[in-house]
Ligand binder design. Structure first.
Ligand SMILES: [Zn+2]
Length: 175
């Protein structure tokens, strides 16, 4: 990779998804979120579901070593794993995860932190600047775009809705 950035550097500046992509010179889908984490010095551990019952993902910052670890079930499908990794990176960038240094996710819902981490994940995996280049050539086809970006069709639907809203807004303002 081009830089020697660590997650600690990026957390200090609460780096946005677009900033992280720019800093790491990632310019096209699919965004390799696992590689981003590895490059930033975050450990990724795939575990058996039985080891983390009911948990979709977990972020841990070790008190003694300061190491960041993300754990997730290995049996989840790729799109879901990628979303989980991006979601946990969002927590790592933006949130104080408390005295225990552990944040457990089961449903990715519940409070402002979860909403922010979900938005972070969506923007990291499907940046608007990438959609601008690919949505029209692929005729706004949800399945094709979802497979190009390696996200679930649900995630892609939500992003395309937002993309359309922004495009309509621009048309209204400038059209
Ligand atoms: Zn969460």
């Amino acid at each position: 990779m081009a830089t020697e950035l660590t997650w600690q550097d990026l957390r200090k500046r609460s780096a946005s998804p677009e900033e992280i992509l720019a800093l790491l010179q990632i310019t096209r889908p699919p965004v390799d979120v696992r590689q981003i984490l590895i490059d930033l010095g975050v450990e990724v551990e795939f575990v058996l579901q039985g080891d983390l019952p009911g948990v979709s993902g977990m972020l841990q910052i070790k008190r003694d070593t300061g190491k960041a670890i993300i754990k997730l079930p290995r049996k989840h499908v790729l799109g879901r794993q990628r979303f989980t990794l991006a979601h946990e990176l969002g927590h790592l960038m933006y949130h104080d995860i408390g005295d225990e240094g552990i944040h457990r996710d089961d449903t990715f819902t519940g409070n402002r932190m979860e909403v922010e981490a979900n938005e972070f994940a969506a923007e990291l995996l499907v940046p608007m600047s990438f959609l601008e280049r690919y949505a029209e050539p692929l005729k706004y086809d949800v399945d094709n775009l979802a497979s190009l970006f390696e996200v679930s069709t649900r995630t892609m639907e939500i992003r395309l809705e937002k993309f359309a809203t922004i495009a309509l807004g621009n048309e209204f303002l400038y059209g």
